[in-house]
Design a protein around this ligand. Structure first.
Ligand code: M6R
Length: 610
C-alpha cells in the first residue's frame, strides 16, 4: 500500500523523488519521507506526517537538499501511527537507509533478537527491524549485498524494499517478495519504484522484478539475482503509459475526471474485441478457445468494487447457463472447499496488485482449479503475470482511490465473457449480434447519463446533514446498489448500506424514518413491480426515497418520492448505466461535505497487505 521511489542519477535526485512520490501518493498518504546521500557517508533525511504537501513544505524550509542517490516513500500505516518517527526511510547506524512496502510478519521476534544484540529502535514500525538487521550484519563484517541477502533470508511476510548505503553512493538495492517493484533505465539515471507512473517523467524503459528478485541498481547497470546470488534474466519492457493520461486537467478531482472518462473507457475496452456480430475469443489469449470450450463453471475472486463487478457477472453468466460462484478474495482462502471440475477462476482487479486477490488465485491453483483468467487494468501487474488468460480493461490510469471507470470497464469485459459463454451453450437464447449492438451503443448511453449531473448535484444537498443512507435494488441491480453504497461511504463518510429490496421487511425497515434517505435504482425489468411494492413500504413509513428510474417504468415523483428518469436502455447494459448516477451522487455528497475525495481517510488505492 505504500509507494517507493529511488534514483541514482547524474543530477540532483530530489525532483525525481518528489515527482515520483506525487504520482505514487495514491498508494498511501498518511506520511512521507526521503533520504539522499549528499556526500559519501552522509544522509540527508526529511520526513513528515500527513500528505505529501507536508514533506514538500519541509523540503522548502530546509534549503538545499541535493544528492545523486536517494530513496523516498509514501506511507499507509500498518505498524505504528502516521508520525514523523514512523515515516520511512528508516536509518540504521547512520549508514543504511531503507524504505519498505509490505509487512514483516516476524518483526516481534526479530526486534527481540536485535534488542538483545544492543540495537536501539526509533520507531514502532515493523520495517525498522529490516534496516537494523542489515546494519548488524554489516557491522559484523558482511558487505552490503551479502547483508541484504542474509537479512531477507530471515524475514517472513510480503514486501518490497529499497535500500541505500551512505558509504556507496551511486547504488540502490531493491528486493521484492510479494509487493510490486520495478527498476527503470533512463538517459540520466536508473530508478526503483512501486510502479511505472513514478518514473514516467524520466523513462519508459523498465524491468518488472519477480518475487525473490534482488536488484543491484547502479548507473548504467542493473543486475538481478535471487537470494542465492544466481543471475536472473528479466525482460526489459517499454511502457505505453502517457504522462498526460495522469494529468487532472480542468477537473476538480481525479474521481470527477474518471467518472466523465467512462464513455471513452468503454469504447477503448471494446476496441479490437468485437466485430459487428461477434466477440473475438482470441482477445482473452491464444489458449482462450481451448480453455473456454471445456469450462463447466466459473469462480470469480475479487475485492471491494471489483467484487461488485463479479456479482453482476454472476447474473449474466448464469442467465446463459454457466454456473458461477463469486467470493470476496480474502474469504476464499479462509476455508477448505471442494474443487469443481473444469472450473475457470476469474480474478478481477483494477490494480492487479491486491494481495488478497493474488493470494486467493494462488490458493485456487493450489486447490487444483483448472484454469485462470485475469480481468485487470494494469499491464505487467502481478495478477496479469500469474494468469493464463488475460483481458485488459482499457480504462487508462485510475488515480482516485474510489474506483469508477475501472468498475464500468470490468463490467464491459465480463459482459464479453458472458457473450462467449452463451455462444458455447446451445440452449442459451442470447442473440450475440444484438448483444454486440447494445455494447456498441453503450458509450453514447454513458455520455447521456452523465448529463444528469446537475439534477444529481441538487439531490446531493439532501445528504449534507445525514449520517446514514440505505440503498435498495433487486436482482442484477443489487450489486449496483452495493457499489453505490460503497462509493458513498468511501468518499463522503456517510454510513451507507445496500439491501436487496426484498430483504427490507426482514429487518432494515426498522431503520427507516425521515432522517434516513433511501436510494434505489429502478430499471424496467421483471423485478419492477416487486420493487415498486418495496418503494411503497418505505414511503408508508415516512421514509424519503430517491429513485433513479428507467423512463419506461412510469415511476413519477410524489410525496417522499423523488424520481430521476434515466433514458431507457436494454436490460443487458442497464447495470452499467445505473452505476453512473450513483457515482455522481457520492461525488457530489462528498463535495458538499468537503472531504478529500481522491484520497479518502484511512484508505489507499493499491491494497498490498492482507
Ligand atoms: O485494485 P483492485 O480492483 O483489486 O482493488 C480492490 C479494492 O481494494 C477496490 O475496489 C476498493 O474497494 C476501491 N477503493 C473501491 O472504490
Amino acid at each position: 500500500m505504500c509507494g517507493i521511489i529511488g534514483a541514482v542519477s547524474n543530477s540532483n535526485v530530489l525532483p525525481v523523488l518528489l515527482g515520483g512520490l506525487k504520482r505514487l501518493e495514491y498508494r498511501g498518504y498518511d506520511s512521507s519521507g526521503l533520504a539522499v546521500i549528499n556526500e559519501p557517508g552522509k544522509f540527508l533525511r526529511l520526513r513528515a506526517p500527513g500528505k505529501l504537501v507536508e514533506l514538500e513544505r519541509a523540503v522548502s524550509a530546509n534549503g538545499e537538499i541535493s544528492g545523486l542517490t536517494g530513496i523516498a516513500h509514501t506511507r499507509w500505516a500498518t505498524h505504528g501511527p502516521p508520525t514523523e518517527q514512523n515515516a520511512h526511510p528508516h536509518i540504521s547506524g547512520g549508514r543504511i537507509a531503507l524504505v519498505c512496502n509490505g509487512i514483516v510478519e516476524n518483526h516481534e521476534e526479530l526486534r527481540t533478537l536485535l534488542t538483545d544484540e544492543g540495537m536501539e529502535f526509533q520507531s514502532e514500525t515493523d520495517t525498522e527491524v529490516i534496516v537494523n538487521l542489515i546494519f548488524l550484519h554489516m557491522d559484523k563484517g558482511s558487505d552490503f549485498m551479502t547483508a541484504v541477502r542474509t537479512c531477507i533470508g530471515s524475514l517472513k511476510g510480503a514486501f518490497a524494499l529499497g535500500i541505500v548505503n551512505a558509504d556507496e553512493p551511486g547504488r540502490i538495492i531493491g528486493a521484492r517478495r510479494g509487493s510490486p517493484l520495478i527498476a527503470g533505465i533512463g538517459e540520466a539515471g536508473v530508478y526503483l519504484a512501486s510502479d511505472i507512473s513514478a518514473m514516467i517523467a524520466q523513462t519508459r524503459k523498465f524491468i518488472v522484478l519477480e518475487n525473490g528478485d534482488i536488484a543491484d541498481i547502479r548507473q548504467g547497470k542493473i543486475e538481478i539475482t535471487n537470494l542465492d546470488g544466481q543471475l536472473q534474466n528479466r525482460d526489459t519492457r517499454i511502457s505505453d503509459l502517457k504522462p498526460q493520461a495522469m494529468e487532472i486537467g480542468d477537473y476538480r478531482h481525479y474521481m470527477e475526471k474518471e467518472i466523465f472518462e467512462q464513455g471513452q473507457a468503454v469504447s477503448d475496452t471494446l476496441e479490437g474485441r468485437i466485430t459487428a456480430s461477434r466477440v473475438l475469443e482470441a482477445c482473452f489469449g491464444t489458449e482462450a478457445e481451448r480453455i473456454f470450450d471445456k469450462t463447466e463453471n466459473i469462480q470469480i475472486l475479487a475485492c471491494g468494487t471489483s467484487y461488485h463487478a463479479g456479482l453482476v457477472a454472476k447474473y449474466w453468466l448464469e442467465s446463459v447457463g454457466m454456473p458461477c460462484q463469486v467470493e470476496i478474495a480474502s474469504e476464499f482462502t479462509s476455508r477448505k472447499h471442494p474443487t469443481p471440475k473444469n472450473c475457470l477462476v476469474v480474478s478481477l482487479s483494477q490494480s492487479g496488485e491486491t494481495i488478497d486477490t493474488l493470494t486467493a488465485l494462488d490458493y485456487a491453483k493450489h486447490c487444483g482449479y483448472a484454469h485462470s483468467l485475469a480481468i485487470c487494468n494494469v499491464p505487467d501487474s502481478s495478477l496479469v503475470r500469474n494468469s493464463e488468460l488475460i483481458l485488459m480493461t482499457h480504462a487508462g490510469p485510475e488515480i482516485g482511490v474510489a474506483s469508477t471507470k475501472a468498475f464500468v470497464t470490468q463490467l464491459v469485459a465480463l459482459r464479453l465473457l458472458s457473450i462467449i459463454m452463451a455462444r458455447k451453450n446451445s440452449s442459451s437464447d442470447l442473440d450475440e449480434a444484438d448483444s454486440i449492438r447494445e455494447l456498441r451503443e453503450l458509450p453514447a448511453n454513458v455520455e447521456s447519463t452523465l448529463e444528469l449531473e446537475p439534477a444529481i448535484q441538487e439531490i446531493a444537498q439532501q445528504f449534507a446533514n445525514k449520517q446514514h443512507a440505505l440503498f435498495l435494488a433487486r436482482g442484477i441491480h443489487f450489486p449496483i446498489a452495493m457499489e453505490g453504497a460503497l462509493k458513498l461511504k468511501e468518499i463522503s463518510y456517510v454510513h451507507a448500506e445496500a439491501y436487496a429490496a426484498g430483504e427490507l421487511k426482514h429487518g432494515p425497515l426498522a431503520l427507516v424514518d425521515q432522517d434516513m434517505p433511501v436510494v434505489s435504482v429502478a430499471p424496467n425489468d421483471a423485478q419492477l413491480d416487486k420493487l415498486k411494492g418495496n418503494i411503497e413500504e418505505v414511503r408508508a413509513r415516512g421514509g424519503k426515497l430517491i429513485v433513479f428510474a428507467d423512463s419506461e417504468t412510469r415511476l413519477s415523483s410524489r410525496e417522499n418520492l423523488q424520481v430521476i428518469n434515466i433514458a431507457s436502455v436494454e436490460s443487458s447494459i442497464a447495470p452499467i448505466i445505473f452505476t453512473i448516477p450513483l457515482q455522481l451522487l457520492a461525488y457530489h455528497v462528498a463535495l458538499i461535505k468537503g472531504t478529500d475525495i481522491d484520497k479518502p481517510r484511512n484508505l489507499a488505492k493499491s491494497v498490498t497487505v492482507e
